[in-house]
Design a protein around this ligand. Sequence first.
Ligand SMILES: Cc1cc2nc3c(=O)[nH]c(=O)nc-3n(C[C@H](O)[C@H](O)[C@H](O)COP(=O)(O)OP(=O)(O)OC[C@H]3O[C@@H](n4cnc5c(N)ncnc54)[C@H](O)[C@@H]3O)c2cc1C
Length: 525
Amino acid sequence: MSLLVTGIRLPFDAPDEEAFAPAMRTCGLHEGRPSLYRRSIDARHGKIQKVCSVLIDGVEGEEAFAEHLQMPSVRYKPSAAFAPVLGKKRLAHRPVVVGLGPAGLFCAHLLARYGYRPLVLERGGDLAERDRAVRRFQKGGELDPACNIQFGEGGAGAYSDGKLTTRTHDPLCEAVLQTLVENGAPEEILRLAKPHIGTDLLKDVVKAMRTAIVQSGGEVRFRTPLTGVEVRGGRLAAVLADGQAVACERVVLAVGHSARDTFAMLHRVGVELLPKPFSVGVRIEHPQELIDRALYGRLAGHPALPPAEYTLSHRENGRACYSFCMCPGGLVVAAASEPGGVVTNGMSYHARDGRNANAALAVSVAPEDFDDGTPLGGIAFQCGLERAAYAAAGGYYAPCQTVGDFLRGVPSTGPGAILPTYEPGVAYGSLSAVLPPFVEGQIRRCLPVFGRKMRGFDSADALLTAPETRTSSPVRIPRGEGLFSVSAEGLIPCGEGAGYAGGIMSAAVDGMRAACRIMEEFAPF
Ligand SMILES: Cc1cc2nc3c(=O)[nH]c(=O)nc-3n(C[C@H](O)[C@H](O)[C@H](O)COP(=O)(O)OP(=O)(O)OC[C@H]3O[C@@H](n4cnc5c(N)ncnc54)[C@H](O)[C@@H]3O)c2cc1C
C-alpha cells in the first residue's frame, strides 16, 4: 500500500528521479521510499513538460494520512496484487475459449496458470503462418479469409501499434501490464502513461503467452473455427469446432469485431444480439516531422522527446468526428478479412521511426443509420463500404485522395509531397465513390477545424485512404447474470466482439474478468 502523488511537472528532459523531492515536499514527508509510478509528456499550451506521478512507500497509516492531507493530487493507493478466488464445484469438461486475440489470450493464460487446462479454438493460423499470409496479401497475393490482419494468433491486436491506453480504470489493467512484461514486453510499459509495444515486440509476447498456456496443460487448436452453438433449455449444451461437437460447460466467446459469420450463426441459433453504434471513416497520413513540429515547435526532433501523438475531436450536427488509433511513425495497413472488400487500419513498430504518422478520422454511426430490422444491419453497412472501395479501386488497392483535392471536391490523380505507406498500393480518385455522403460531409467540415487546432493537419498534401470500417463491434451480445449471454447460461460473450471492450487493454481485462468468473465457481480441472 502506498501514497500516490500525481501531477508533478518537470522540464521535459529532466531525469525521472527529480520528481521524488517535490512529491515528498507535497506531502510534507521527510521519510518514505519514493519511486516513479507513471510519466508522460504534456506538449499543450506551447510549453513542453514531463508530468510524473510518484508512489511513496514506507509511510505509516497511508490511508488516514492521505485523507488528512485533503489534497486532490495525493491519494492512497491500495496494493494492486491480483489474487483470484478459486471455487469448489467440479467442472465436467475443460473450459473452452474461442478466439486467441487479447481477450481470449488473457482469459486462457489466466485459466491455464491456475490449473484449468483450457481448450482454445482459433479460426486462423499461428503467428508464423499468419506472418506469411499477411505478407503475401500485402505483396498483392490472395487474401486468406481465415488468416489475415484481423484473424489468427494474437487477434486484431497482433499487427497493431500495440497502444495499451484505455479509458477504463479497472485494477486488472495493472495485472495485464505485469503479464505482458513477464512474457517479454519492455518494462517501460509499467511506467509510461501512454504505453505502447509495437507489432514487432508484441508478436513475441503473444507467442510466449501461448507457449505458457500449452505448458500448463492447455491446448490451442489453430485453423479450428467455432461453427455452431447448441443451446438447450436456455443452457449451453455443446459447441461445434469446425463441425465437430465439443462437450462443454463454460465457453468464453472472444471472437472480435470482425467475426461476421459467427455473429450470423449466433443470430440463427437464437443467441440475442443487439445493434450497436460504431464509427467509420478514413486513415489520414502526414509526415511524422509535421506532427512533431506542430506539437513540439522548435524542439521537434529533440532526442528526449518521443515521436509526437495527437487526439482531435469535434462534434457538429449531432455527430462526432475524431482521430482514432493514431500511429506515430507507422504504416497504413490492409486490414480486410473478406474477399472483395477493402479495409484500412494502422500499425507501427516499437521504434515508431517510420516517415509518416497516421490515424483514423472516424465519424460516429448510429443504429438509425443502418437499421434493416435485424441486429446485423451494421455489418451490412460496413460490408457495403468495403465492397464499394474494392469496386472503386479495382481490387485490394485502397482508394486514396489528397486532403487538398478532397476539400475542393475533385478526384486525385497522384500524390503530392507525401507518399502513401499502404501495401499493396493505393488507387487515386475520389472518396465520394466510397464514403456515405454524411460521413464524407462530416470529415470535410472537420478537417479545417482540426487544421486550426493543429497546424498543418489539413495541409493539401496530407493523404486520405479509405475505408476505415472496423473501429469497433457493430453488435453487442448482451450479458446478464454471471457474465452469461442472456440467451444461454454457460456462454460468456467477451472482449471487443461482444461489445464489452474497445482496444487491446480493455479486451485483455475483459478476458481476465471472464476467466475469474469461471475460476470463482469451479475448482481447477
Ligand atoms: C491493424 C490494427 C491496429 C490496432 N491497433 C491498436 C492499438 O494500437 N491499440 C489498441 O488498443 N487497439 C488496437 N487495435 C484494436 C485491437 O486490436 C482490438 O481492440 C483487440 O484486438 C480486440 O481484442 P479481442 O480479443 O476482443 O478480439 P480480436 O483481437 O479481434 O480477436 C478475436 C480472435 O478470434 C478469432 N476468431 C474469430 N471468429 C472465430 C471463430 N468463429 N472461431 C474461432 N476463432 C475465431 C480471430 O481469428 C481472432 O484471433 C488495432 C486493430 C487493428 C486491426
